[in-house]
Design a protein around this ligand. Structure first.
Ligand SMILES: *[C@@H]1O[C@H](CO)[C@@H](O)[C@H](O)[C@H]1NC(C)=O
Ligand SMILES: *[C@@H]1O[C@H](CO)[C@@H](O)[C@H](O)[C@H]1NC(C)=O
Ligand SMILES: *[C@@H]1O[C@H](CO)[C@@H](O)[C@H](O)[C@H]1NC(C)=O
Ligand SMILES: *[C@@H]1O[C@H](CO)[C@@H](O)[C@H](O)[C@H]1NC(C)=O
Ligand SMILES: *[C@@H]1O[C@H](CO)[C@@H](O)[C@H](O)[C@H]1NC(C)=O
Length: 631
């Protein structure tokens, strides 16, 4: 071998090496980029990572099931105890780590799960104080369950700033001191318990929620309604009076006092009996404003006052509640002349009276055959009441899912009629109404049915009234889990309401109509299936088993072709990519084509507005319609 050839060979090796070096460098860089994309920038991943790191896990549950080396989109969603807003998106919706033997203090890293709605750490061995800045850590939770742990110290005042709480459970801990009275301001609370702690002092006064003595049981020194009255104040005056009476030495005095006490106690106990048996305390708080007139739209001859509404609903008694929606509770109002109306009590509107009235004026002018007509409204103190025409058959949700024998009596043609009418109403709101209205809260609970099972959409235009600052946040944090299955996947990311978001929600309603399943829980799905209705149907479609999604009671009655076409329209509506979803106008036309042979009567056709820019869509629509008609 010559020196020359040796050099050439050496150069060759060097060249090879430098090439592979660069290659390796590129790979490293790529790895780094990928890892920083899929991990570093991903807040919710770092949230779970820090929870895992900060808690001791003697049973190795997190250790064995929370594997962060994966990095595919949505990989954390399959972790034990984790639910995401959407299976392909690392955005945590709820954390359930109950009964896992976890030890340590409250994990601060949870702050990075910024869209968290449910936190359940119950039945573990967590200790230390509940952090004072808890409202900064979990600002949007609607359910917080820290029960059966060893948390100690005081209940932080800041908990009252978690204003979206519906469920708060702190029982079976070692919390001590007084309960911050501010907790009484949590106006959305439906379930509350701090039983079995070491608490003393007066309990907070919850205006409207259903907090009972059980919520406070087994604490050493709690007092005040609904427990026995706090002694300190009354004892003082009692002894004061007794000492006074003794000093005067008048026996008669004590007799009078005894009589007075007797009557006082009797009156108090009578008063207690009458205390809020129906949970309609608020209704009595507006009695003083009974004479207020209900503002009616149009030239209604019917003059109403608040007192008429109260009479017609038995003071908004429980027996007259016909529905709980995202926007508030609906009551049946029966007037003396036999006419029926619905009254909706809006939940938590925080707009000024002026803004509210101007919004009402707009909504009062929105009239269409497929919408529930708003007849009037009334402002009484903080209460906002809306008066609607009565819908005899309630909500589509109840018709589909609340049948005692488990199956719905709605026949297919009725379901199809409901879908077409509801689609027409929404298409009108999106395309023909001026100003255009995005509903934002479509669910089977806001499609109501009149005596003839004609669908009418309700709650349109109300989303804007619900939240003072971030109007677009209202559906996101309203705490109604029922509406969860309806939220479009992009919404959790962008929090911007769009017409295509409405289309997604409507697609879910269509899926409910054809499968008879609820959006969040699919009874027919295999046991290990964790997804919602949309995910289930998409899964079936992928494995060419779409037919299995259809409600069995509808199959084999001559509608099979329609059912399948309907299901396909629904699937288009719930496309993950908003751009792939049809517009509401297209949805209406597609459904109408499916139901053409029934000649459902329709007073109102939607005319495609002329200023629309999407001429291409019309072309596609015609093609799509032909496909459906002639397939
Ligand atoms: C990553 O996670 C996904 C979703 O859970 C799973 O299907 C896949 O097998 C995982 N990959 C690895 C390498 O663990
Ligand atoms: C939240 O995540 C970021 C990185 O995404 C991290 O720097 C920060 O420390 C985390 N915050 C908490 C409280 O863990
Ligand atoms: C809450 O307070 C703790 C210390 O008390 C701090 O480490 C943490 O960053 C705070 N979290 C937020 C979200 O403010
Ligand atoms: C709760 O919110 C109020 C008003 O926004 C604020 O002034 C107060 O500091 C907060 N309290 C805590 C403990 O975070
Ligand atoms: C009771 O409900 C009314 C109206 O929804 C609300 O304004 C008020 O703040 C509530 N009271 C309490 C103590 O939560």
């Amino acid at each position: 071998m010559t020196i020359g050839s040796g050099l050439v060979e050496l150069a060759g090796i060097m060249e090879l090496n430098s090439r592979s070096f660069i290659k390796a460098l590129v790979i490293c860089l790529w790895c780094f980029l990928m890892s920083s994309l899929s991990h570093g920038s991903d807040q919710d991943v770092s949230c779970l990572r820090s929870i895992k790191e900060s808690l001791q896990d003697p049973n190795n549950i997190l250790e064995s099931t929370w594997n962060f080396n994966n990095g595919t989109a949505g990989f954390i969603c399959s972790f034990t105890g984790i639910d995401c807003w959407h299976a392909q998106d690392n955005k945590v919706l709820s954390i359930h780590l109950s009964g896992m033997g976890l030890k340590g203090s409250f994990p601060f890293g949870i702050a990075n799960c910024s869209s968290l709605q449910t936190l359940d750490l119950s039945s573990n061995d967590l200790s230390g104080e509940i952090p004072s800045n808890i409202s900064a850590i979990i600002p949007y939770v609607t359910t917080l369950d820290l029960s059966s742990n060893s948390f100690s110290g005081k209940i932080p005042v800041g908990l009252a700033n978690c204003t979206y709480l519906n469920v708060l459970n702190l029982d079976h801990n070692r919390l001590s001191g007084q309960i911050p009275p501010q907790l009484g301001q949590l106006s959305r609370l439906k379930k509350f318990s701090i039983a079995s702690n070491l608490l003393v002092g007066p309990v907070p006064q919850f205006g409207n929620s259903t907090v009972t003595a059980e919520s406070f049981a087994n604490n050493p020194g709690l007092c005040g309604y609904p427990l026995s009255p706090c002694r300190t104040a009354s004892k003082k005056s009692y002894t004061g009076i007794v000492v006074g009476a003794l000093a005067a030495g008048v026996l008669v005095g004590t007799v009078v006092l005894g009589l007075a006490m007797f009557f006082f106690v009797r009156r108090a106990s009578m008063k207690k009996k009458e205390e809020d048996p129906e949970g309609n305390k608020w209704a009595r708080s507006i009695r003083g404003t009974k004479r207020i007139r209900v503002s009616m739209f149009g030239d209604s001859v019917f003059k109403m006052r608040l007192s008429d509404l109260m009479k017609a609903t038995d003071n908004f008694g429980k027996q007259n509640i016909i529905g709980h929606g995202t926007m508030g509770t609906i009551y049946r109002a029966r007037f003396e002349n036999g006419s029926l109306y619905m009254v909706k009590r809006l939940q938590d509107t925080q707009h000024s009276e002026k803004e509210f009235i101007s919004e009402m004026a707009t909504l009062g002018s929105v009239k269409h055959n497929d919408l529930v007509p708003l007849l009037g409204f009334c402002i009484a103190g903080k209460e906002r009441l809306l008066v609607y025409n009565y819908m005899a058959n309630g909500t589509v949700h109840d018709q589909l899912h609340q049948k005692e024998d488990g199956s719905s009596s709605l026949e297919w043609p009725t379901r199809l009629k409901i879908a077409i009418g509801a689609a027409r109403g929404l298409a009108w709101l999106h395309h023909s109404c001026n100003p255009r209205i995005i509903h934002r809260n479509i669910s089977s609970k806001c499609v109501l049915l009149n005596a003839n099972y004609d669908p009418k959409i309700s709650d349109f235009g109300l989303a804007r009234l619900m939240n003072p600052i971030d109007t677009h946040l209202s559906t996101f944090v309203n705490g109604e889990f029922g509406d969860l299955g309806y939220v479009a996947p992009e919404y959790a990311r962008t929090l911007v309401a769009t017409p295509k978001g409405d289309v997604y929600s409507f697609g879910t309603v269509l899926l409910e109509l054809v499968t008879s399943e609820t959006p969040t829980h699919v009874i027919k799905a295999p046991e290990n299936f964790k997804g919602n209705l949309v995910e289930w149907v998409i899964e079936l479609s992928r494995s060419s088993k779409l037919k299995d999604a259809i409600d069995k009671s509808l199959v084999g009655k001559g509608f099979n072709h329609e059912l399948l076409q309907f299901l396909k329209v629904a699937l288009n509506c719930v496309s993950e990519d908003p751009k792939k979803r049809p517009s509401m106008f297209e949805v209406y036309q597609l459904l109408r084509a499916i139901g053409e042979r029934y000649h459902f009567p329709s007073d109102s056709e939607i005319i495609l507005p002329l200023d629309t820019s999407d001429v291409d869509n019309i072309q596609e629509l015609i093609v799509a319609r032909e496909e459906i008609s002639y397939q």
